[in-house]
Design a protein around this ligand. Structure first.
Ligand code: SF4
Length: 351
């Protein structure tokens, strides 16, 4: 079958959804599902969402969507650091069961992977998509179709992976999808390399922010993120703005996330990510009840083998140390899977 744009979208959606649900069960699920009123609905009713779409789109003419401030005219096909082409590119859209439990629930997080990225992490595990730019060009209407489909098959949210450089398309697609019945929270699943001025455009549209906080030191950020020495201060400012907008992680009666901030921090070998500084920063700058996921799943990928200090998985001792710091600085809302992993590792060290 020729991979036309239409076929690509169809295949991408089918890949995720129909493997999991038959048509009858889908219908039953949708009838039963708790009605969620997303925050972008209010903006649309006030006539504000259309203005935000227009505001966001105008940035494409001299792109300053992220701290790189390239100034590329993306509308005319000029490319900046992220190498994003003029048209929106999507790699895949499907229910994802590997995210945090409150995002996954029983029916998965409706994940849409965008091609390209404004960072170039040397250990990137999605490098064919984010760095090589694999994916297919789609229109904003097609993205809206994907959102509606993910809702139809029962996903609990629309999880936008690497959204920064395509934020205007996302806003436009959300508005189109809302008019077609989209009622799921948007999850802004970002590297954390965001401008506060741009995040303000998302205020009242995004329900759940899911940022990484990768590094706390400029030298590490510069070395591993393709020259982003400002990453620590930029991501810290961004996370404070996200918290101002959405506040604490909230779940509904079924344990599904509906609003709030969820921070991810990937522990790296030899404490290259600065985990102790990270937990101290959270404890000193945000409520100690902020949802924090201290992740253990680092593995060397892409160009990591060229950097001996990160060319291995983390040890049990390193992970236990990271979780110990979180306790020491008084963080009280650690991701349940990370707590479970700590128990497993602690048991291993005793045997
Ligand atoms: S989104 Fe891309 S083109 Fe725009 S400023 Fe960032 S890296 Fe440059």
């Amino acid at each position: 079958m020729k991979l036309t744009r239409r076929n690509f979208i169809k295949r991408s959606l089918i890949l995720g959804g129909s493997l999991f649900f038959g048509h009858k069960s889908l219908f039953a699920l949708n009838k039963k599902r708790e009605q969620w009123y997303p925050c972008y609905a209010k903006l649309e009713e006030e006539g504000e969402l259309a203005k935000r779409v227009e505001q966001a789109y105008s940035i494409f003419e001299q792109c300053e969507l992220c701290p790189r401030l390239c100034g590329a005219n993306r509308q005319n096909g000029e490319q900046g650091f992220c190498r994003a082409p003029a048209k929106l590119m999507v790699y895949t859209a499907h229910p994802h069961f590997g995210e945090e439990i409150s995002l996954v629930g029983k029916r998965g997080s409706g994940t849409i992977f965008f091609s390209n990225c404004n960072l170039r992490c040397v250990f990137c595990q999605n490098w064919p998509i984010s760095i090589k730019g694999y994916g297919k060009e789609v229109q904003d209407e097609d993205l809206a179709d994907m959102m509606i489909y993910l809702q139809k098959i029962g996903c609990h949210n629309i999880n936008l992976v690497t959204p920064t450089h395509v934020m205007p398309n996302i806003l436009n697609a959300t508005r189109i999808a809302f008019k077609r019945g989209l009622r799921l929270p948007l999850v802004y699943n970002t590297s954390g390399y965001e401008r506060v001025e741009i995040l303000k455009i998302l205020d009242g549209i995004v329900d759940i922010y899911l940022p990484d906080m990768k590094y706390m030191e400029a030298s590490k950020a510069s070395k591993y993120l393709s020259v982003a020495p400002d990453y620590p201060e930029v991501s810290q400012e961004a996370v404070l703005e996200m918290h101002r907008q959405v506040g604490k992680h909230l779940i509904n009666s079924q344990g599904i996330a509906i609003h709030g901030l969820m921070i991810r921090h990937l522990v790296m070998p030899n404490n290259e990510a600065g985990t102790e500084k990270f937990v101290r920063w959270v404890a000193e700058n945000l409520p100690k009840s902020t949802y924090v996921n201290i992740m253990h799943q680092y593995f060397p990928d892409y160009k990591a083998l060229e950097y001996p200090e990160i060319n291995r998985r983390i040890s049990v001792k390193e992970y236990l140390e990271a979780m110990h710091w979180a306790d020491e600085y008084g963080l009280t809302n650690l991701d349940p899977q990370s707590v479970r992993m700590r128990k497993i590792y602690a048991r291993q060290t005793r045997t």
